[in-house]
Design a protein around this ligand. Structure first.
Ligand SMILES: Nc1ncnc2c1ncn2[C@@H]1O[C@H](COP(=O)(O)OP(=O)(O)OP(=O)(O)O)[C@@H](O)[C@H]1O
Length: 355
């Protein structure tokens, strides 16, 4: 069931071409207002585009002449909140789709029980939605979406409304359920993308700014947003030589061409990407001799405890750079907001590639 959508909405600055291949799960990432919900609303038939078309499994869902209404699209949308019918019990909620599709009461109930079994929620069949935990309700909502046998499944941040304890079990369930299904998931978590998606599409300002296989994209992000999600530092500039990047406000940044065989040409837009653990912090008077090539003056903005590490956010003239230190090292440096420091990143730990 491949899905393809190209659509523009002037009022929202939305102008996007988007595709999901048969059996593939795509994660849609992007900052607030990027157009993620707009993409879903267009696919589900809750919103009309100014121009464009969408095709699911060879059927036109909309174009400049045709318009298939939401219930006839074969598209199921799972919202952040489970949105179950409060007056129906669990099995009736799940049977609703098959009933609406013309199944007999008996067959619809059978289908509902099968799908509830699929999401390990059969034991909840007789409960009302008000008697379910957040995680249980989301399981039931997934069963209800699947019971409608959608050709395309859209999941809008399915873990957003859950407490952290309930998310891992549901994530594993979705991993099983989404395998071989054509699906799109909106998420703000790198873990979701890694666990659930074959491919990632990054939206910003209503446009696709980056897309690619999940592991590759999160390891070598080309957008600030994807780098942030992957927990990596990210600088943009222009190459001046192989492995060297001129970054406004920071001067030349030295790194290693990645991949080695594909050196960015001089003058090309490129990015330098490095891990917070590969950034060291010094007092300005104590920068080691032998002049490290990447040494940037910065002012500490914030210290953030992260398990056994302290994450230091430090502002350079160009961008905030984050460094992970041990609490002992942070204390030894007497760091606090406003401290003047020098950040050092070894060239060998900085990946440079074309943007
Ligand atoms: N009902 C609406 N009417 C007009 N403009 C809207 C409406 N909803 C959203 N927009 C605009 O459309 C653009 C895309 O918003 P959208 O809600 O699709 O982003 P999003 O990526 O889903 O954001 P978030 O992560 O905050 O949910 C934004 O500029 C937003 O202000």
């Amino acid at each position: 069931m491949s899905f393809r959508l190209e659509a523009a909405i002037g009022e929202r600055g939305f102008d996007t071409a988007f595709e999901v291949h048969d059996g593939e799960t795509v994660a849609v990432l992007g900052p607030n207002g990027a157009g993620k919900s707009t993409l879903f609303a267009l696919a589900a038939g809750l919103l009309r585009a100014d121009s464009g078309r969408a095709v699911l499994d060879g059927r036109i869902l909309f174009d400049d002449r045709a318009w298939v209404p939401p219930h006839a699209r074969g598209v199921a949308l799972l919202a952040q909140e489970p949105l179950l019918f409060p007056h129906l019990n669990v099995v009736e909620n799940v049977a609703f789709g098959p009933r609406a599709g013309g199944a007999s009461r008996h067959d619809a109930r059978g289908a509902a029980e099968r799908w509830l079994g699929e999401v390990d929620a059969l034991a909840l069949a007789d409960r009302r939605p008000a008697q379910l935990s957040g995680g249980q309700a989301q399981r039931v909502a997934i069963a209800r979406a699947l019971a409608a046998v959608p050709q395309l499944l859209l999941l809008d941040e399915p873990f957003a409304a859950l407490d952290v304890a309930a998310a891992p079990a549901l994530r594993r369930l979705l991993r099983r359920v989404l395998a071989k299904r054509t699906a799109v998931i909106i998420t703000h978590e790198a873990l979701d993308a890694h666990m659930l998606a074959d491919r990632v599409v990054v939206l910003e300002g209503g446009r696709v700014v980056e897309e690619g296989p999940t592991a590759e994209l999160l390891e070598r992000p080309r957008s600030r947003f994807a780098a942030g999600l992957a927990g990596l530092n990210f600088l943009q500039g222009r190459t001046t030589a192989p492995g060297r990047l001129r970054v406004e406000g920071l001067g030349d940044v030295f790194g290693v061409e990645r991949p080695e065989a594909d050196a960015a040409l001089a003058g090309e837009d490129a990015v330098a990407v490095f891990r917070p653990a590969d950034v060291s912090i010094y007092r300005p008077s104590e920068v080691p001799h032998g002049s490290p090539r990447n040494a940037w003056r910065a002012i500490v903005e914030e210290l953030e405890p992260r398990g056994p590490q302290v994450r230091v956010h430090a502002a350079t003239p160009r961008a905030t750079i984050v460094a992970d230190l041990t609490p002992a090292a942070a204390a030894e440096l007497d760091l606090g907001p406003g401290s003047a420091v020098v950040l050092v990143a070894k060239a060998a730990a900085v990946a440079v590639y074309s943007a």
